[in-house]
Design a protein. Structure first.
Length: 282
């Protein structure tokens, strides 16, 4: 079964385009560019897969890219290719870099989407993607479930299911990427007004598109109770958790760097973690 309602997602993204992004996706794009700047290599042909009109194509051109294709998800824009994360219209080996900021978490077949992106890369091409990970909006999820259970005796899913950090590198491996890496930035967003959180999610196109969601609006009193139950910090502001999962992987190529076999390492991780002097081979 498909966990997400793609038609509802398109409606949410179309509405978000009119409202203007509150900065969530912009921050995700900036973090991908920071990761890219750590790679000592120039990329000539790049693909940007994004649900919003952003500044990534210009940023890549400033970094020496000779050609940048921007694939708009669900909403055509001038100068972009209309695409879908699950059905990408690109020939194999078209790009040497793919950036996918804050979009892959809505795919019904994430391994399949990653496989298509890997095929679109030339050998030794790089994928950089980020998406909210498991734990994001955890407090909101729990508060909504508890309030709805207390009021009605049952609860519908109100927050999207998300991938776990432990699954990240495995998903890349399954899609055929070499040197897969997954890591997470644990961020906390502070809100003085809990309703502003809901407005920001709406403006970012991140409203509920779970296929099993209720088709009825949540009762207003239930929503008030859930928002009142959200934890607050010492300053009285609501702390919202965002675990930003970053995935990076390379399309396989001959002569590519390979990880060492188990037992061949020269440095003991226990020495690193416990602050002891590092002795190669020790």
């Amino acid at each position: 079964m498909a966990p997400f309602d793609r038609r509802q997602l398109r409606r949410a993204r179309t509405r978000a385009a009119r409202l203007g992004d509150p900065g969530l996706a912009e921050g995700a794009e900036a973090r991908l560019l920071d990761r890219l700047d750590d790679v000592r290599r120039r990329f000539a042909r790049a693909l940007v897969l994004t649900p919003r009109a952003g500044g990534l194509p210009a940023a890549l051109a400033a970094r020496g890219a000779e050609f940048v294709a921007e694939a708009a998800l669900d909403r055509p824009r001038p100068g972009t290719v209309l695409a879908d994360e699950e059905f990408l219209p690109f020939a194999p080996a078209s790009f040497d870099l793919v950036l996918a900021p804050f979009c892959l978490h809505w795919t019904n077949d994430l391994p399949g989407a990653l496989l298509q992106l890997r095929r679109a890369l030339v050998p030794d091409g790089l994928l950089l993607a980020n998406l909210p990970g498991l734990g994001t909006l955890g407090g909101l999820r729990e508060a909504l479930i508890a309030a709805e259970l207390a009021a009605t005796g049952g609860a519908y899913p109100r927050v999207s299911p998300l991938a776990d950090l432990r699954d990240g590198a495995g998903l890349l491996q399954r899609a055929g990427f070499a040197l897969p890496v997954a890591d997470v930035d644990r961020l906390v967003l502070a809100y003085a007004d809990p309703w502003q959180l809901l407005r920001d999610l709406r403006a970012a196109g991140e409203t509920n598109a779970v296929a099993a969601r209720s088709r009825r609006f949540m009762q207003r009193r239930v929503l008030f109770e859930a928002l009142d139950a959200l934890p607050q910090g010492p300053d009285g502001r609501m702390a919202v958790k965002l675990d930003l999962l970053t995935l990076s992987g390379w399309a396989p190529a001959p002569g590519q760097q390979q990880p060492l076999a188990p037992g061949q390492g020269q440095i003991r991780l226990t020495d690193v973690f416990e602050g002891r002097p590092v002795r190669p081979g020790g």
